[in-house]
Design a protein around this ligand. Structure first.
Ligand SMILES: [Zn+2]
Ligand SMILES: [Zn+2]
Length: 217
Protein backbone atom coordinates (compact mmCIF):
# COMPACT_ATOMS: atom_id res chain seq x y z
CA UNK A 1 0.00 0.00 0.00
CA UNK A 2 1.21 3.44 -0.89
CA UNK A 3 1.62 5.60 2.20
CA UNK A 4 0.77 9.25 1.80
CA UNK A 5 3.25 11.38 3.70
CA UNK A 6 1.92 14.72 2.47
CA UNK A 7 -1.63 15.90 2.14
CA UNK A 8 -1.22 16.86 -1.53
CA UNK A 9 -3.86 14.30 -2.45
CA UNK A 10 -6.44 16.59 -0.87
CA UNK A 11 -6.06 18.91 -3.86
CA UNK A 12 -7.39 16.22 -6.18
CA UNK A 13 -10.97 15.56 -7.19
CA UNK A 14 -12.15 11.97 -7.20
CA UNK A 15 -15.18 10.76 -9.15
CA UNK A 16 -17.48 7.82 -8.50
CA UNK A 17 -17.40 5.46 -11.51
CA UNK A 18 -20.99 4.41 -10.81
CA UNK A 19 -22.76 7.77 -10.65
CA UNK A 20 -20.03 10.18 -11.83
CA UNK A 21 -20.57 12.33 -8.74
CA UNK A 22 -17.63 13.92 -6.92
CA UNK A 23 -16.54 11.87 -3.90
CA UNK A 24 -16.74 13.42 -0.43
CA UNK A 25 -13.62 13.68 1.71
CA UNK A 26 -14.05 11.87 5.06
CA UNK A 27 -11.74 11.12 7.93
CA UNK A 28 -10.96 7.43 7.95
CA UNK A 29 -12.95 5.19 10.27
CA UNK A 30 -10.98 3.62 13.13
CA UNK A 31 -11.47 0.11 11.75
CA UNK A 32 -10.14 -1.33 8.53
CA UNK A 33 -11.49 -4.28 6.64
CA UNK A 34 -8.93 -6.26 4.67
CA UNK A 35 -5.18 -6.34 4.94
CA UNK A 36 -5.05 -5.11 8.53
CA UNK A 37 -2.43 -2.52 7.67
CA UNK A 38 -4.72 0.38 8.30
CA UNK A 39 -5.90 2.79 5.69
CA UNK A 40 -2.50 4.29 4.93
CA UNK A 41 -4.14 7.65 4.84
CA UNK A 42 -5.82 9.96 7.30
CA UNK A 43 -8.62 10.72 4.87
CA UNK A 44 -10.54 8.75 2.29
CA UNK A 45 -12.98 9.71 -0.42
CA UNK A 46 -16.48 8.29 -0.41
CA UNK A 47 -19.47 8.51 -2.76
CA UNK A 48 -22.24 9.72 -0.49
CA UNK A 49 -24.79 10.07 -3.25
CA UNK A 50 -27.88 8.21 -2.02
CA UNK A 51 -29.00 7.78 -5.63
CA UNK A 52 -25.72 6.11 -6.64
CA UNK A 53 -26.54 2.80 -8.35
CA UNK A 54 -24.17 0.70 -6.25
CA UNK A 55 -25.67 2.09 -3.05
CA UNK A 56 -29.28 1.74 -4.22
CA UNK A 57 -28.87 -1.79 -5.61
CA UNK A 58 -26.74 -3.35 -2.88
CA UNK A 59 -29.43 -3.23 -0.16
CA UNK A 60 -31.34 -5.99 -1.87
CA UNK A 61 -28.22 -8.08 -2.53
CA UNK A 62 -27.15 -7.95 1.12
CA UNK A 63 -30.66 -8.72 2.24
CA UNK A 64 -30.88 -11.76 -0.02
CA UNK A 65 -27.37 -13.00 0.78
CA UNK A 66 -27.13 -12.33 4.52
CA UNK A 67 -30.60 -11.29 5.54
CA UNK A 68 -29.35 -8.06 7.13
CA UNK A 69 -29.72 -4.41 6.23
CA UNK A 70 -26.51 -3.26 4.61
CA UNK A 71 -25.33 -1.71 1.40
CA UNK A 72 -22.18 -0.46 -0.31
CA UNK A 73 -20.59 2.93 -0.76
CA UNK A 74 -17.87 3.45 -3.33
CA UNK A 75 -14.66 4.52 -1.59
CA UNK A 76 -11.28 5.66 -2.87
CA UNK A 77 -8.21 5.50 -0.66
CA UNK A 78 -5.67 8.15 -1.75
CA UNK A 79 -2.56 6.60 -3.25
CA UNK A 80 -4.39 3.54 -4.48
CA UNK A 81 -5.06 3.21 -8.20
CA UNK A 82 -8.62 2.04 -7.91
CA UNK A 83 -11.46 2.60 -5.54
CA UNK A 84 -13.59 -0.16 -4.10
CA UNK A 85 -17.15 -0.70 -2.85
CA UNK A 86 -17.27 -0.90 0.92
CA UNK A 87 -20.05 -2.30 3.07
CA UNK A 88 -22.02 0.16 5.15
CA UNK A 89 -24.71 -0.61 7.69
CA UNK A 90 -26.77 2.49 7.07
CA UNK A 91 -27.08 5.50 4.82
CA UNK A 92 -25.59 7.58 7.66
CA UNK A 93 -22.25 5.80 7.59
CA UNK A 94 -19.42 8.27 6.83
CA UNK A 95 -21.76 11.27 6.78
CA UNK A 96 -20.60 12.27 10.29
CA UNK A 97 -16.96 12.32 9.27
CA UNK A 98 -17.13 14.56 6.20
CA UNK A 99 -14.31 17.09 6.24
CA UNK A 100 -13.37 20.06 4.12
CA UNK A 101 -10.09 19.23 2.34
CA UNK A 102 -9.21 22.92 1.92
CA UNK A 103 -9.57 23.54 5.63
CA UNK A 104 -7.42 20.54 6.45
CA UNK A 105 -4.72 21.63 4.03
CA UNK A 106 -4.70 25.13 5.47
CA UNK A 107 -4.44 23.80 9.00
CA UNK A 108 -1.69 21.43 7.95
CA UNK A 109 0.28 24.18 6.22
CA UNK A 110 -0.10 26.42 9.25
CA UNK A 111 1.12 23.64 11.53
CA UNK A 112 4.16 22.91 9.33
CA UNK A 113 5.04 26.62 9.35
CA UNK A 114 4.68 26.79 13.12
CA UNK A 115 6.89 23.75 13.62
CA UNK A 116 9.57 25.17 11.32
CA UNK A 117 9.49 28.56 13.05
CA UNK A 118 9.72 26.92 16.47
CA UNK A 119 12.88 25.06 15.43
CA UNK A 120 14.32 28.26 13.95
CA UNK A 121 13.89 30.08 17.26
CA UNK A 122 16.98 28.22 18.51
CA UNK A 123 19.23 29.92 15.97
CA UNK A 124 17.40 33.16 15.20
CA UNK A 125 19.52 35.28 17.58
CA UNK A 126 22.86 34.29 16.06
CA UNK A 127 21.38 34.61 12.56
CA UNK A 128 19.65 37.89 13.42
CA UNK A 129 16.54 36.39 11.83
CA UNK A 130 13.31 38.01 12.93
CA UNK A 131 11.08 35.88 10.64
CA UNK A 132 10.44 32.88 12.94
CA UNK A 133 9.77 35.28 15.82
CA UNK A 134 7.19 37.19 13.81
CA UNK A 135 5.68 34.00 12.42
CA UNK A 136 4.95 32.69 15.93
CA UNK A 137 3.88 35.96 17.51
CA UNK A 138 1.40 36.65 14.71
CA UNK A 139 0.05 33.09 14.57
CA UNK A 140 -2.92 32.98 16.93
CA UNK A 141 -3.07 29.19 16.70
CA UNK A 142 0.55 28.62 17.62
CA UNK A 143 1.70 27.20 20.94
CA UNK A 144 1.54 29.91 23.62
CA UNK A 145 4.80 28.95 25.28
CA UNK A 146 6.64 29.30 21.99
CA UNK A 147 4.93 32.60 21.27
CA UNK A 148 6.10 33.88 24.66
CA UNK A 149 9.60 32.67 23.90
CA UNK A 150 9.46 34.49 20.57
CA UNK A 151 8.49 37.73 22.37
CA UNK A 152 11.47 37.38 24.69
CA UNK A 153 13.84 37.09 21.71
CA UNK A 154 12.73 40.35 20.08
CA UNK A 155 15.26 42.45 21.98
CA UNK A 156 18.12 40.10 21.21
CA UNK A 157 17.48 39.91 17.49
CA UNK A 158 16.81 43.64 17.48
CA UNK A 159 15.19 44.14 14.10
CA UNK A 160 12.90 47.16 13.97
CA UNK A 161 10.99 45.69 11.01
CA UNK A 162 8.99 43.61 13.48
CA UNK A 163 7.42 46.69 15.08
CA UNK A 164 4.73 47.55 12.53
CA UNK A 165 3.42 44.00 11.99
CA UNK A 166 3.14 43.48 15.75
CA UNK A 167 1.63 46.88 16.49
CA UNK A 168 -0.95 46.36 13.73
CA UNK A 169 -1.81 42.76 14.56
CA UNK A 170 -5.17 41.89 16.11
CA UNK A 171 -4.21 39.69 19.05
CA UNK A 172 -6.63 37.20 20.55
CA UNK A 173 -4.35 36.64 23.54
CA UNK A 174 -3.83 39.94 25.34
CA UNK A 175 -0.94 38.53 27.39
CA UNK A 176 1.01 37.84 24.18
CA UNK A 177 0.15 41.30 22.90
CA UNK A 178 1.43 42.93 26.09
CA UNK A 179 4.57 40.83 26.15
CA UNK A 180 5.35 41.60 22.50
CA UNK A 181 4.72 45.32 22.93
CA UNK A 182 6.83 45.46 26.07
CA UNK A 183 9.60 43.61 24.25
CA UNK A 184 9.48 46.21 21.47
CA UNK A 185 9.72 49.03 24.01
CA UNK A 186 12.67 47.33 25.69
CA UNK A 187 14.38 46.87 22.32
CA UNK A 188 13.90 50.55 21.41
CA UNK A 189 15.09 51.71 24.80
CA UNK A 190 18.25 49.66 24.57
CA UNK A 191 19.01 51.26 21.20
CA UNK A 192 18.29 54.76 22.62
CA UNK A 193 15.23 55.05 20.41
CA UNK A 194 11.56 55.70 20.88
CA UNK A 195 8.39 55.91 18.82
CA UNK A 196 7.03 59.37 18.14
CA UNK A 197 3.64 59.43 19.87
CA UNK A 198 2.20 61.49 16.98
CA UNK A 199 3.45 59.76 13.82
CA UNK A 200 4.84 56.50 15.35
CA UNK A 201 8.12 56.84 13.44
CA UNK A 202 11.22 55.66 15.30
CA UNK A 203 13.29 58.56 16.58
CA UNK A 204 16.15 59.19 19.00
CA UNK A 205 15.21 58.77 22.64
CA UNK A 206 16.55 62.23 23.49
CA UNK A 207 14.83 64.02 20.55
CA UNK A 208 12.83 67.10 21.50
CA UNK A 209 11.28 67.52 18.06
CA UNK A 210 10.23 64.65 15.78
CA UNK A 211 12.31 64.76 12.60
CA UNK A 212 9.45 63.10 10.72
CA UNK A 213 6.35 65.06 11.66
CA UNK A 214 8.02 68.12 13.22
CA UNK A 215 5.90 67.92 16.36
CA UNK A 216 7.36 68.95 19.68
CA UNK A 217 7.68 66.12 22.13
ZN1 LIG B 1 -21.60 6.99 -6.74
ZN1 LIG C 1 6.52 62.26 14.62
Amino acid sequence: MLRCSTLDYLDEDYECPYCKEKLSCCSTPPFHIGDGLGWGSEYIFVCLNDKCSIFVNSWQQFDEKYGQPASCRYIQVPGEKKGTPMMVGSSQAFTGSIVDPKEIKNKDERYIKEKKATTQLDTCVEKKDIKPILCLILDESANLENRNRACDLIKEVCDFSCIDPIRNHKFLHTEIEQRANMAISAMLKEQFKKECPYCTEIIKAQAKICKHCGKEL
